[in-house]
Design a protein around this ligand. Structure first.
Ligand SMILES: C[S@@+](CC[C@H](N)C(=O)[O-])C[C@H]1O[C@@H](n2cnc3c(N)ncnc32)[C@H](O)[C@@H]1O
Length: 842
């Protein structure tokens, strides 16, 4: 049944319109639609992310708002130290499975069960099994000491309940090697299949019992933890065919099982001698028999249930084209792209209503807005549609180009990776056909590729994590005003070349850098018209993933003879490490690692809509939560009494402060810190009334390097210290939040919800899953009565939404917000992503 129909059918059974009828009886269960993608909030082209465990460990320290999928173990390691990091793999799961919330009784498995709020506390039960290694202990020491819930070394490590070992441990690695060698050599590797739509909470043992019960004969069955996929091995074609007859389409927990082909990893293809031609032949066969799902055996999944019209069956081909990977909607007219995104957002909004309804305490009246959803075809609020991007082509002001080998495995290429490393895809393709990249960037990429092909130093190889040249980031700054012919309007360009210096003598590297600078300068000066080149930086990064931490050192290279085309009118030293861009007429300095929306013309629309909905006035205190370089607060500052911006990236905060001066704005204050650590104190400092309860706004993370008191003292300006009552106090407090892909930290949500004076909140989101989960925490009604105690870790496994619903129950009674209206803004033409603005009020 169509989702909408099923919603209406169930809604009409439960809701006939009277107040009594709106009392929640049972959680509403409806099938869930495909997840849509908003843009990952990194300012990078959506590149597939390497997802080997060791990649994630290296990424752990570098959270700068980029949405990067990491393996659960490492995400949890990360969560244990840095509460802002959530598990994207969870959110991906939750997108597909927002109803899948499972209680697990006794089994203790730290990696799979943590949620952000408990991960940072020492385990209540010292007997909890330490089944994952602590990556912090391994890298630079862990200050949780004995209380750390991860194993400090192999000797502390315990086996997991399913008999496996942490895959990053020596024992885990040995076992994996053994398994893969055996598998590879055995006949059965020819008859491997991927089983999709297994309930996430099933263990491997449970899967085996299920198969036995259904009379399926198989030689091996593997189940990925917290994933919907498993891998089955069969001894021969007959066994496979019979099993497919039993399993394919079998309903299990509201879903139908699917038996799909496995796409071997690249190294496996080589090992088992599967040629690209053979894969192409395989495609024909599959097309004929209608199989439509292909999974990479490492579980990364290109799960395709046939709804995607653009990439269907493409994973069967050796490589997808660069446009399919980077700009998968480019084959549609822009009008059709907008229509597609709009429809997907409608589904996201409906899921929001369903999920909040589902979590409403039984016996309670549904809030009016939720009861009214049935008159809006399931929408929780007005949806104002999607605003198009003012610029459709070449709009990106930041792209990260990988450096590696092309699909032939020989030629050095600078461009985009053709799939995810987990799919076994390592090949890089030139970006020429990607419509979102500017012509200026393409010119620099071409020149840089010529240089790289001549260089004696090796390019980065993700398989063995070796090589020197890793990534070229191009950031552009445009002229003020709206942009139509964007290529002509780029006034500043910053090039950041990431290298891994391991094993390369300093003088050798320096020699290469100066050759590189020469080539790039020549490219800039000989192009017609000349290309701007404002800054050339080298980032030395030794981590496994290209995603370097924000504080990774950067070195500016001299650009001899280029002063005249830098076009800044400033001394060279002042501009070397920054570029400038505009939102409308407001000028922004941007540091190399600071976030800035990649489509500045589109961002202007986004911020202006947020400003209108925020209902600002001279008596308003505007909290710009996750403010980056201050883009939102500064563009709205003239309409409010004061702006307080909060941002964890220190160089972005420095930019924000400078940007206030650049634009002659004096009523803004920017705080460097994690929002969860500082927002409670800031509200106390500026609001006329404090929050509902002091406790509610106190940092709960315990992870801030400065103590709570230290944080407070850094927040009080000298003027206020001299005269305690002189600080401005505000009645009308509004928050505009623009969090990274993982969404807002639960402490921030709790603080905002419990602060009575905050009546209006504008949420800007790039990720539907975190928006949904966060909306649950803001909008879910709470029953009067004793507050439920949060259960200790180890008893819960579920989606982000499940965690959100569970956390709401632990809140003290507080007035929920209601969604008032939503609108999408397309900042990312040709991709599946867009931004969404949602107004919440109470
Ligand atoms: C999507 S960007 C938005 C930036 C800004 N509002 C803009 O439009 O340019 C999200 C920002 O949140 C910051 N961030 C991520 N986690 C944070 C946290 N826990 N506290 C404060 N800032 C955070 C990131 O560094 C990034 O600058």
């Amino acid at each position: 049944m169509h989702q909408l129909e099923s919603f209406c059918a169930i809604a009409s059974q439960n809701n006939t319109g009277t107040a009594e009828d709106r009392v929640v009886e049972e959680p509403l269960k409806v099938p869930v639609g495909e997840p849509m993608g908003f843009e990952p909030k990194s300012a990078v082209v959506e590149l597939p992310v390497p997802l080997k465990p060791e990649d994630a460990v290296s990424t752990a320290a570098g959270v700068d708002g980029k949405g990067k999928a990491l393996p659960p173990e490492d995400l949890l390691q990360q969560a244990a130290v840095s509460p802002v990091v959530a598990d994207e793999s969870q959110s991906v799961e939750s997108a597909a499975d927002d109803d899948e919330v499972v209680k697990v009784d006794e089994v203790v498995d730290s990696a799979a069960k943590d949620d952000g709020d408990v991960a940072d506390k020492p385990p209540a039960n010292p007997a909890i099994a330490k089944t994952s290694l602590c990556s912090y202990f391994r890298k630079k020491g862990c200050n949780h000491g004995e209380n750390c819930k991860f194993a400090h070394g192999e000797s502390e490590l315990q086996q997991r309940p399913d008999g496996s070992w942490d895959p990053t441990s020596e024992r885990g690695k040995k076992k994996e090697d053994k398994v893969s060698t055996e598998e590879q050599s055995s006949e059965e590797s020819r008859y491997r299949k991927c089983l999709v739509n297994i309930p996430m909470n099933w263990s491997q043992q449970k899967l085996k019992s299920f198969l036995d019960e259904k009379g399926v004969t198989y030689s091996s069955a593997q189940k990925r933890k917290s994933m919907k996929v498993g891998f089955l091995g069969f001894r021969n074609q007959e066994e496979l065919t019979k099993s497919a007859e039993i399993l394919d389409g079998m309903p299990v927990a509201n879903k139908r099982l699917k038996l799909a082909d496995v796409l071997p990893r690249e190294w496996e293809r080589k090992a088992i001698g599967v040629t690209e031609a053979a894969l192409a032949g395989d495609k024909e066969e599959k097309d004929n028999d209608g199989a439509d799902t292909v999974m990479a055996e490492d579980g990364s999944g290109n799960e395709n249930d046939g709804k995607e019209d653009d990439n269907e069956n493409k994973a069967l081909e050796p490589y997808r084209s660069v446009t399919q990977v980077v700009t998968p909607l480019a084959h549609l007219s822009y009008e059709d792209q907008l229509a597609k995104k709009k429809e997907e957002i409608i589904q996201v909004l409906k899921r929001l209503a369903r999920n909040i309804r589902k979590g409403c305490p039984s016996g309670m009246l549904l809030p009016d807005w939720l009861a009214a959803a049935k008159d809006r075809e399931g929408l929780p609020c007005e949806f104002e549609g999607i605003l198009p991007s003012p610029v459709v082509d070449g709009y990106r002001n930041k792209c990260e180009f990988a450096i590696g080998l092309g699909p032939d495995g020989k030629q050095r290429v600078v461009g985009f990776q053709l799939g995810s490393f987990r799919e076994g895809i390592n090949a890089i393709a030139e970006p020429g056909e990607c419509r979102n990249v500017s012509s200026v960037a393409l010119n620099f990429v071409a020149a840089f590729q010529t240089f790289i092909r001549a260089s004696k130093l090796p390019v980065w190889d993700k398989k063995d994590n070796t090589g020197f040249w890793r990534m070229l980031t191009i950031r552009e700054g445009r002229e003020p005003g709206s942009a139509d012919e964007i290529g002509k309007e780029i006034a500043e360009v910053m090039l950041i070349v990431q290298v891994c210096p391991t094993g390369v003598p300093e003088d050798r590297a320096t020699e290469e850098y100066s050759k590189m600078a020469e080539v790039l300068i020549e490219a800039a000066t000989t192009a017609t018209p000349q290309l701007p080149l404002t800054a050339l930086l080298v980032q030395e990064h030794v981590g496994v993933s290209n995603s370097a931490p924000a504080d990774c050192p950067l070195r500016a290279l001299p650009l001899p003879g280029l002063d005249e085309i830098r076009n800044t009118g400033k001394p060279v030293d002042e501009v070397l490490g920054h570029i400038h861009d505009y939102i409308g007429l407001s000028k922004f300095r941007i540091s190399p690692t600071a976030f800035f929306q990649v489509n500045s013309a589109g961002a202007e629309k986004l911020y202006s809509l947020a400003g209108v909905w925020a209902g600002l006035g001279p008596d308003t205190l505007l909290f710009d939560v996750c403010c980056g370089t201050g883009a939102i607060g500064l563009t709205l500052a003239k309409r409010v009494g004061m702006v307080v911006g909060i941002e964890m990236n220190a160089s972005a905060v420095a930019d924000a402060q400078l940007n206030a001066d650049l634009n002659g704005i004096t009523n803004c204050r920017f705080i460097a810190g994690k929002a969860e650590d500082v927002i409670g104190n800031l509200l106390r400092e500026y609001a006329i009334d404090g929050p509902v309860s002091q406790k509610a706004s106190e940092p709960e993370t315990g992870k801030s390097e400065a103590s709570n008191e230290e944080q407070v003292s850094t927040l009080v300006s000298p003027a206020n210290q001299q005269n305690g009552d002189s600080r401005p106090r505000f009645n009308n407090i509004v928050a505009i939040v623009d969090p990274p892909r993982v969404g807002l930290h639960h402490v921030v949500l709790r603080t905002l919800r419990l602060h009575k004076q905050l009546r209006r909140l504008v949420y800007i989101s790039c990720n539907p899953d975190s928006l949904l989960a966060n909306a649950v925490e803001l909008c879910m009604p709470i029953k009067e009565g004793p507050v439920e105690k949060q259960k200790q870790r180890g008893g819960f496994r579920g989606s982000n939404l499940g965690h959100a619903r569970r956390r709401v129950k632990t809140l003290p009674p507080s007035e929920p917000f209601r969604p008032v209206k939503a609108c999408a803004v397309d900042l990312f033409p040709h991709t599946k992503h867009c931004e969404m603005v949602m107004l919440f009020e109470r």
